[in-house]
Write a protein that binds this ligand. Sequence first.
Ligand code: C5P
Length: 218
Amino acid sequence: MKKRKNIITVAIDSPAAAGAGTQAKLISDHYNLFYLDTGKIYRYIGQLKLQYVKKFSYKFIDNKIRNLKLNDLNDKRLLTNNVAMSASIVAKDKRIRDIVHKFQQICAYNPPKKYNGSVLDGRDIITVQVKDAMFKFYITAKVEVRAKRRFNEYKKLKRKISYKEVLKTLKKRDKSDKERKHGPLKKTKDSILINTTKLSKKACFKMIKSIMDKKLNN
Ligand code: C5P
């Protein structure tokens, strides 16, 4: 695949609800980078699995991803606990990961011309997808804090779910995402650790911005 030269690439890995998406959006706005939330693609496939029980096959998924429009990823149905869990299950499958890989590569290395580069967040962005990223951040937070944040988001979306259930699912997903064979979540030595447990969104972005500006202005 031909790669656009001299673009800014930002790779972020994180467990669920650690604030990676929020920071990725702030980075994308500030530096004019194309943003892809890769978890949404697995959620999209997880939703297909729940919706098309009989039709669900590799060929079916491949076809859906080939025709995937970025707007499909804004579907509010993707933001449920059931879909998150289903996403985590389909994400263990190597063939499904390979299908998603192609889509992510184009977004990372050939973002639309109007952007200065790309920012991707997920579980295997630093380790597999954009190994040569210019910036690598591993964003995390205490699981109870992450569960509280996700619970509040669900409340805003009027989803009926308890904090206890959210915490249980997050722990289950963390375990599956970290222990699976293909593309497990792990921190690499060359990525910068950012713990958002006690950090506000603003403070966290300030930290990221100072790291990025230092390198970009050199
Ligand atoms: O980030 P989000 O919580 O939306 O991701 C949903 C699920 O998709 C994760 O629990 C994980 O199993 C999977 N995922 C993945 N690789 C990525 C992004 C997400 O396996 N790059």
